[in-house]
Design a protein around this ligand. Sequence first.
Ligand SMILES: NC(=O)c1ccc[n+]([C@@H]2O[C@H](COP(=O)([O-])OP(=O)(O)OC[C@H]3O[C@@H](n4cnc5c(N)ncnc54)[C@H](OP(=O)(O)O)[C@@H]3O)[C@@H](O)[C@H]2O)c1
Length: 401
Amino acid sequence: MIPKTLDPRGWRCVVYPVLSSTFLRFWEQYALCLRAGTKLWTTSPRRTCSSAVLSYFTCLAEEAAVSVSTSGASSSGAAGSQLPPRKMIGVLLLFLLFLLYIAAPQIRKMLSSGVCTSTAQLPGKVAVVTGANTGIGKETAKELAQRGARVYIACRDVQKGELVAKEIQTMTGNQEVLVRKLDLADTKSIRAFAKGFLAEEKQLHILINNAGVMMCPYSKTADGFEMHIGVNHLGHFLLTHLLLEKLKESAPSRIVNVSSLAHYLGRIHFHNLQGQKSYSAGLAYCHSKLANILFTRELARRLKGSGVTAYSVHPGTVNSELVRHSSFLQCIWRLFSFIIKTPQQGAQTSLYCALTEGLENLSGNHFSDCHVTWVSAQASNETIARRLWDVSCDLLGIPMD
Ligand SMILES: NC(=O)c1ccc[n+]([C@@H]2O[C@H](COP(=O)([O-])OP(=O)(O)OC[C@H]3O[C@@H](n4cnc5c(N)ncnc54)[C@H](OP(=O)(O)O)[C@@H]3O)[C@@H](O)[C@H]2O)c1
């Protein structure tokens, strides 16, 4: 039983004054930082907005503190009971949101720790990046062009590709950014791309198999493969096969396969590789990303001593168009867009694997945030990797060795 002399909202009498004084103390410290010019944020609109919100909250906090001390003086033992609780909770919520807002660049930086620090320059080098008309691929192509490479944007929509090529040319001053049509959902288009490329280029030093689709409704490629395994794995498998001799002739050269952490949920079900028995759009993506890692391992094993090395990467969770087929993921991506990686940050691990000196003995490994990282048990299973290689050759009509 609560004695009648005590405030029935007992806990509030303690919590509100404590919260408001902590709140006030925080702002005092924060204002000091601000006055001392401590860099708590990176962009000027954020700074302007922060200052405005800061003064608003400081006023509110002072008001709250005054209210606490007045109520404490007027009703001994029931401090804070006069505080309007809704206002206090509202203020606290706003305060938390604001904290999240000002901390966003730091949180994003923390979550995207890997940065490619290689200073390698690429004059005279040739690179192909698939799906480079947007997202991670575009940023990868931009950086390679910035370093002086001749970059091929291999994409299915040439018009989009041309716009991006112009943008990269203007930004980097490198005019050797070329666009060629490549639809990974059609082996004819892949063969036509390879034929054209081999006819016009004498060398190929960097191949970045970046393009990808995610969570498509069940559909098939022009050759009847399930879309995820067809585009993400088989398309890149065929492209790599067709360009391999050129990569060997240009050694040292590198292949980077953009996979995903999602491979952990993937399984290679050889009896259901095309989703003919059961299909889940989410899992189909995971299976195809597992296939990327298995392909990389087997490719690296077969290429030992050739001067061509291969790496698979997880770019991180990146704000791109990848989630276009899922409205649920689009909402989540939008909601967290201020902390997930930018495409430029997402491109860092691909660039690291393509450029970092002395990485050759790590060929076949999987990278995340510019470090070698663990893969699932299936992804490190050599028997599955060899069988997937053979099955892929069989499906694509490629001689096995
Ligand atoms: N974003 C992430 O959080 C995340 C996480 C892990 C792994 N990844 C991987 O990162 C890679 C790049 O993805 P992103 O995030 O940059 O996504 P994105 O913005 O959607 O870019 C994907 C690219 O692939 C191209 N593409 C799709 N189907 C193609 C086809 N049939 N033929 C040729 N190109 C095709 C797209 O071309 P269109 O513009 O014409 O569609 C686009 O250029 C993917 O392999 C993805 O699996 C991304």
